[in-house]
Design a binder for this molecule. Structure first.
Ligand code: FPP
Length: 254
């Protein structure tokens, strides 16, 4: 179902009729770039290139809709299994994205953060991302999390290792150990200062999580579409928001 008064989206004001219903944090698995390109007889990387402009459109749509945090799955720890040429191409895209769109993102008050292990990224991508994070650190509009070289199991394992090290150093008693709760482990994740996603969108027709935010998605609402990421538009994004508004979230209660 489409949201009425779509024209309001042309304004830069948050939409009043979504207030209280808009998911605050949306996570997206942007799938289908390769198929989109193949369907057009183009190399797979053409789909990734097309996907970049969709990223900007959806960031704008999210900001206009009053979403506070948007997390985009851009490159997983498993994506290293792809051909080297495709890996190199994908890992250059954040730099190209920021080269074109950073001024717009800054003027729209967007704050950029990377989740994932940045150490293995190409140096120039690493530097550009670090610059963008530093430059937008004080912005208090939409937070855009770019998940790059991110894998959720690895994130949880590293969180546990770091926590055990800290616990060893502080020599907790058995009682204190028993009292540890989920919030304490959450503090060791990349998402320590980010609320859990309210809505997960996956494009491209597959219905799986692909090692994305396994801990953080425990009570998230899921929305799947067959639309391939390069064809994903503001309208579909708004459809997802609209459906989210109809859902009853019970968190295991009644
Ligand atoms: C999955 O589609 C997509 C990726 C692994 C890369 C996604 C990256 C972008 C859209 C660029 C994002 C850039 C920024 C700056 C956030 P696939 O290749 O697995 O598609 P397929 O399932 O059709 O093969």
């Amino acid at each position: 179902m489409k949201i009425p008064f779509l024209n309001h989206l042309q304004t830069s004001e948050p939409l009043p009729y979504l207030e209280g219903h808009t998911p605050e944090h949306i996570a997206i698995i942007m799938d289908g770039n390769g198929r989109w390109a193949r369907n057009r007889g183009m190399p797979r990387v053409a789909g990734h290139k097309e996907g970049v402009s969709v990223v900007f459109k959806i960031v704008k749509a999210a900001a206009k809709s009053g979403v506070k945090v948007l997390t985009l799955y851009t490159f997983s720890t498993e994506n290293w299994k792809r051909p080297k040429s495709e890996i190199n191409y994908i890992l250059r895209l954040p730099k190209e994205f920021l080269h074109v769109y950073l001024p717009d993102l800054i003027s729209n008050n967007v704050r950029i953060k990377v989740i994932g292990d940045m150490n293995e990224l190409p140096a120039s991508t690493h530097e550009t991302l670090q610059y963008a994070m530093d430059r937008t650190r004080d912005n208090d509009g939409l937070q855009l999390n770019i998940a790059l070289n991110y894998g959720s199991r690895n994130e949880i394992l590293n969180a546990m290792k770091a926590m055990v090290k800290d616990l060893n150093n502080t020599k907790l008693s058995m009682d204190e150990l028993d009292a540890l709760d989920e919030r304490q482990l959450s503090k060791y994740l990349y998402t320590a200062d980010i609320q859990d996603p309210d809505l997960l969108i996956r494009t491209g027709g597959e219905k799986r999580l692909s090692n994305f935010l396994l801990w953080q998605l425990a009570y998230t609402e899921f929305w799947f579409t067959d639309v391939l990421w390069p064809d994903f538009s503001e309208n579909e994004f708004l459809d997802a928001l609209e459906e989210y508004r109809q859902r009853k979230r019970r968190y295991g209660g009644l």
